[in-house]
Design a protein around this ligand. Structure first.
Ligand SMILES: Cc1cc2nc3c(=O)[nH]c(=O)nc-3n(C[C@H](O)[C@H](O)[C@H](O)COP(=O)(O)OP(=O)(O)OC[C@H]3O[C@@H](n4cnc5c(N)ncnc54)[C@H](O)[C@@H]3O)c2cc1C
Length: 388
């Protein structure tokens, strides 16, 4: 199905096996604030590496999987079947970095991250700048052979486990005054402090604290690319992450379709399985139909990237994929809770967990409203036929 090659099917199969191995740990994680024993997590990470599911997006010359976009989608789709972010151990380091990293940055950050020895986090969003990244007020000022960074960043995912952060700021002084620049900050570093760690809807071990950077000094060698480049990295990363969000939404929806179908066949009311009731059948059928449509869209978008489609077209198509797949998964999760009835409201039930977890897929990496604006903008500039 979907015209997958033998190699695509092999990697999909390995990813499915891995997801199936993680699923039994979900409820323990859910009931323990998202945490599993450290040795268990280390074992999961080692298994991801052993199965060739770690850093699938990174070039082979750097030790990564060198997978096609479609293969990466297949892996992330399986990861999406697992709740509580347990599959995040199969990390995807920043794929935009190798082409701009200096030899020093490749050795210090990229290669160790591809090996699984280091972990990054992203400090870009601020209280007054989320959808509008250009609204950031964090600053970077050159001072001799280093930069001084200041700013308060929100929702810094994985700050509690990361050992370096990408920090985006606007330059103060110099020829590129007011332009964006991206820096790598080692963690911990003097001047980097957690303001607070808010609770979020999902139950995962990765926290999203608000982090204060106060007069943090980083060597000039930690500037990524050139001064003024900051926004271009963000756009490249958005493209990658948006289609991978879409892929994980496919996996979440697939899990729910499987589980709600099994439950509907098994649960009997007044002597008949609820699967025989028209109202329940409608929810099952709508869910699978929308999943099929979303999967076709996401796979086709990945194939376009692999075939070298125009970057702006890719950008709009990744937005369409994220928009449709995340909204689809939200509808499927809502139906799944309904099909499970009272059980669907219990934290030990996968529908309850995915109902909460999938909600953020419509928010992070650009909200649904932002995706619509991107698509419409490209439709107006290029014409609808250029995109679909
Ligand atoms: C769990 C979680 C983890 C995150 N992790 C990270 C991270 O690791 N690093 C990081 O830097 N950021 C992270 N983020 C931030 C995330 O990317 C932003 O929350 C997201 O981009 C939305 O920005 P915002 O929250 O400021 O919403 P706002 O921009 O305040 O949006 C509010 C509302 O206005 C709408 N809106 C805004 N602009 C437009 C527009 N142009 N057209 C139409 N409607 C619009 C939005 O759609 C939304 O409905 C994370 C967020 C969450 C919730």
């Amino acid at each position: 199905m979907y015209g997958l090659s033998a190699e695509d099917l092999r990697i999909q199969d390995r990813a499915r096996t891995f997801a199936d191995e993680l699923i039994p740990f979900e409820v323990a994680a859910e009931l323990n604030g998202g945490d599993l024993p450290k040795d268990v997590v280390a074992g999961h990470k080692a298994r991801a590496i052993e199965l060739g599911l770690f850093a699938t997006n990174m070039p082979k010359v750097l030790g990564g999987g060198g997978c096609t976009s479609l293969q990466q989608v297949l892996v992330q789709e399986q990861a999406g079947r697992v709740t509580n972010a347990l599959a995040w151990v199969a990390a995807t380091p920043p794929s935009w970095l190798p082409s701009v990293a200096t030899p020093y940055q490749l050795d210090k950050f990229v290669r160790p991250t591809v090996r699984g020895d280091r972990e990054e986090c992203y400090a870009i969003t601020e209280e007054g700048a989320g959808s509008d990244v250009d609204g950031i007020v964090a600053t970077a000022r050159r001072d001799g052979d280093h930069y001084v960074l200041d700013g308060e960043k929100w929702h810094v995912t994985s700050f509690n486990s990361a050992d370096y952060a990408f920090f985006q700021a606007k330059l103060v002084g110099g020829e590129q005054h007011g332009e964006h620049a991206m820096f790598i900050v080692d963690l911990p570093s003097p001047g980097v402090t957690v303001v607070r760690t808010p609770a979020y809807s999902h139950t995962i071990s990765h926290h999203h604290p608000i982090v204060r950077f106060s007069a943090v000094q980083v060597p000039a060698t930690h500037l990524v690319g050139a001064e003024g480049d900051g926004m271009s990295f963000a756009y490249e990363w958005f493209r990658f992450e948006r289609i991978m969000v879409a892929a994980r939404c496919l996996g979440g929806a697939q899990r729910l379709v499987d589980e709600m179908t099994a439950f509907a066949k098994e649960r009997e009311v007044q002597g008949r399985p609820i699967a025989s009731l028209g109202a329940i059948q409608g929810m099952l059928a709508d869910s699978l139909t929308e999943l099929f449509a979303a999967r076709s869209l996401v796979y086709e978008t990945a194939r376009g990237i692999d075939a070298g489609a125009d970057t702006k077209v890719q950008h709009a198509q990744c937005s369409m994929a994220k928009l449709y797949a995340s909204e689809m998964a939200g509808r499927v999760a809502d139906r799944a809770v309904q099909v499970f009835g009272g059980r669907g409201y219990m934290r030990e039930n996968v529908a309850e967990r995915l109902f909460r977890e999938l909600r953020v897929e419509r928010i992070w990496e650009g909200t649904s409203e932002v995706q619509r604006a991107i698509v419409a903008d490209q439709m107006i500039k290029r014409g609808p036929r250029a995109l679909a």
